[in-house]
Design a protein. Structure first.
Length: 661
């Protein structure tokens, strides 16, 4: 907005209005996010334009009241080589204004080489003189004009102070955010002793602190370089080509013990690194990266120890790795310290666990020994009681009621059930027909054999008639009679065979009628619905008949893991073991019995689908009311006395032995 003085408004009201507009624009500009360089350029240019000065500048105040020209407009003569020490003498003249909080006119001093009149206004920020706003004139102004100029310059200095205060707040906030990020990162990486967790925190928290696109952590495990963590992902797929090439490149950089920085600048790298670097950059989307080796710290020596890993910072959008040096140094220092500690802790067995659970050591203090002695005494007392107190040792089993005498009816032939003559829970006598079957194949076979027998009888009758009709005693007649006799003999043998087959078939047809094997009741429910018109294979079980009026037994299924206790108890007591059980349908009545037989083989229980041994228990039928076949019972086999600890913990000990021995 620079214009010459001849273009200035002529009317006083127009001048004041324009000055107000300029002040408002500068105030609005001070509240915006414009850069300081642009703001002060606009402020000095407009201030010089309003006051028709020859130049303007912003001087900043440093330590020991040292001032320097930070921004200027039209002040080239202050730095001219012909001016000699004008710049130094100008600073001496301006120091007199620092003690004042008001704008001041400074007169020209021709002898000192200061030929300009100056208005110097302090810029106060937080009760401190941050700098000076100066405006230079070629000649002295009238007193009335000087007063107006001072007010204007004072207002502009106030606007400059507001802008600078806002810049300091923004700078303070940025610094606070940076320090907060530094604190979060340092706390995160030093929180854990686990190498994997530390690497994860370095990668993810370090990426936020450094501000790059991706951060990775690699470590040397023997001769191999392994990528432990990559920011943004939970697990590293180490078989991927990109991961393997990055590991190879990082391994070469770690061996070189020198950081690798790749950016805009074309640098020459060692041959062993250049080839691996090219392969990695061709594979991925990385445009710039920094691989910095990490070293174990040494307490007494200034030189770093052996390298054990590296951090990798990558950028995808920019080809220049624009990272602040102090930020990168702090990032790698904490990463090196935390990862070195975690690596050393990992090499010592149980040290990581003890470090994470250091509170456990507080229980080993001398003051805690009485408590430990009391705990040990109580524990010893409990162990002694568990070992000395004897109690009943029982095995819990499940089973069902079954009649002691029962038989199954099986199909003797293949066929189809044509008739069912009994129903569930029906009383039958031995020999009663319970099921009738038919067999189409058997009927066809009977028909075939009967037909062949009729044909054979007809042929035999015709043969005998032919023998009776033979006359004469010549040689031909004799041969004919011999042939007829041979055929008669063959037909007789055939009839005998067919007769035997017919007897077998008649016997098989008789077996299609199934009889009750004993006196009793039908235990199979809905026999007709289950069997009628059903195709049956030989050996299929059709129904069950039991003597429900006779004795009953309980059939128990003892699991394989418990049968050893039962056999041991039998050997120790040399008698049948007692069993107590209750019916699930009547749990209020406890029934006593004794083991009468024990299977010698294991079989699968269809209910629990576990292997076990079948044990039959005899009991007094009168003690159980309303017996029903296959009703479920829950019982206990009494295996004598054992220690209380063994009774309570034997299952745990057995499971431990099965798993580890």
């Amino acid at each position: 907005m620079a214009t010459s003085s001849s273009d200035a408004p002529s009317g006083a009201s127009e001048i004041l209005h324009e000055i107000d507009m300029i002040v408002s624009e500068l105030a609005e500009l001070a509240r915006s996010d414009v850069a300081p360089q642009q703001f002060y350029a606009q402020l000095l240019e407009r201030t010089q334009f309003v006051l028709h000065g020859t130049g303007a500048g912003i001087w900043t105040v440093g330590s020991a009241d040292e001032i320097s020209l930070a921004y200027r407009h039209g002040l080239s003569q202050l730095t001219s080589r012909r001016a000699g020490n004008v710049y130094a003498r100008e600073k001496d003249r301006l120091r007199s204004v620092l003690a004042s909080s008001q704008p001041t006119w400074l007169a020209a001093d021709e002898e000192a080489g200061l030929s300009h009149w100056v208005i110097a206004a302090p810029v106060q920020v937080e009760q401190r003189t941050w700098g000076l706003l100066t405006v230079y004139f070629d000649e002295e102004m009238p007193a009335s004009v000087q007063e107006g100029f001072l007010r204007f310059v004072s207002e502009v200095a106030r606007i400059a102070a507001g802008h600078e205060q806002r810049q300091q707040i923004v700078s303070w906030q940025e610094g606070r955010d940076q320090w907060q990020g530094y604190a979060d990162y340092s706390l995160a990486v030093h929180r854990s002793w686990s190498l994997k967790q530390v690497a994860f925190e370095v990668a993810n928290e370090g990426r936020r602190y450094v501000g790059c696109d991706r951060v990775s952590v690699a470590t040397l495990l023997g001769r191999r370089c392994k990528l432990l963590a990559v920011s943004g992902i939970d697990a590293v797929h180490r078989h991927a080509n990109l991961v393997r090439k990055l590991e190879n490149l990082t391994k070469a950089v770690i061996r070189s013990r020198q950081p690798l920085i790749v950016g805009d600048q074309k640098l020459e790298y060692p041959p062993q690194i250049e080839k691996l670097l090219k392969e990695y950059l061709d594979e991925g989307a990385t445009r710039s990266l920094a691989i910095v080796p990490l070293f174990h710290a040494r307490e007494e020596e200034e030189q770093p120890g052996a390298p054990f890993g590296a951090t990798i910072c990558e950028q995808f959008r920019s080809s220049d790795l624009d990272l602040p040096v102090e930020v990168l140094q702090a990032f790698n220092q904490h990463a090196s310290l935390a990862l070195s500690r975690a690596t050393k802790v990992r090499s010592v067995p149980l040290l990581g666990f003890l470090a994470q659970h250091s509170r456990l050591f507080s229980w080993l203090r001398l003051q805690m020994w009485p408590i430990w002695a009391m705990v040990a005494g109580c524990l010893g007392l409990v162990i002694a009681l568990l070992a000395l107190i004897q109690t009943d040792f029982d095995i819990q089993v499940r089973g069902e009621f079954v009649p002691a005498v029962q038989r199954h009816v099986f199909a003797a032939q293949d066929g189809t059930v044509e008739a069912v003559h009994v129903a569930g829970d029906q009383t039958v006598e031995e020999g009663d027909v319970v099921v009738e079957m038919s067999s189409t194949s058997l009927d066809l076979e009977l028909q075939r054999v009967t037909g062949e027998m009729e044909v054979a009888r007809t042929e035999l009758a015709a043969l005998r008639t032919e023998q009776l009709q033979a006359t004469g005693f010549d040689a031909n007649t004799a041969d004919q009679l011999r042939n007829l006799s041979a055929r008669e003999l063959a037909l007789g043998e055939r009839l005998e065979n067919l007769t035997a087959q017919l007897e077998i078939l008649e016997k098989q047809r008789a077996e299609l009628k199934l009889n009750s094997p004993l006196d009793g009741k039908i235990l199979t429910w809905d026999v007709e619905g289950e069997l009628l018109k059903r195709p049956i294979r030989r050996g299929d079980r059709l129904l069950t008949v039991a003597d429900v009026e006779g004795p009953w037994i309980v059939r128990l299924h003892v699991p394989d893991e418990s049968i050893a206790h039962l056999l041991q108890a039998q050997a120790e007591q040399n008698a049948d073991l007692k069993v107590s059980f209750v019916a699930v349908s009547d749990p209020g009545v406890v029934i006593e019995g004794k083991i009468q037989s024990l299977s010698s083989v294991s079989q699968v229980d269809p209910t629990s689908e576990t292997n076990g041994v079948i044990v039959e228990v005899a009991f007094d039928k009168a003690a159980a009311a309303g017996l029903r076949s296959n009703a479920t019972v829950v019982g206990r086999v009494h295996c004598g006395k054992r220690s209380l600890g063994y009774v309570w913990l034997h299952e745990l000990l057995e499971e431990f032995n099965r798993r580890f021995f």
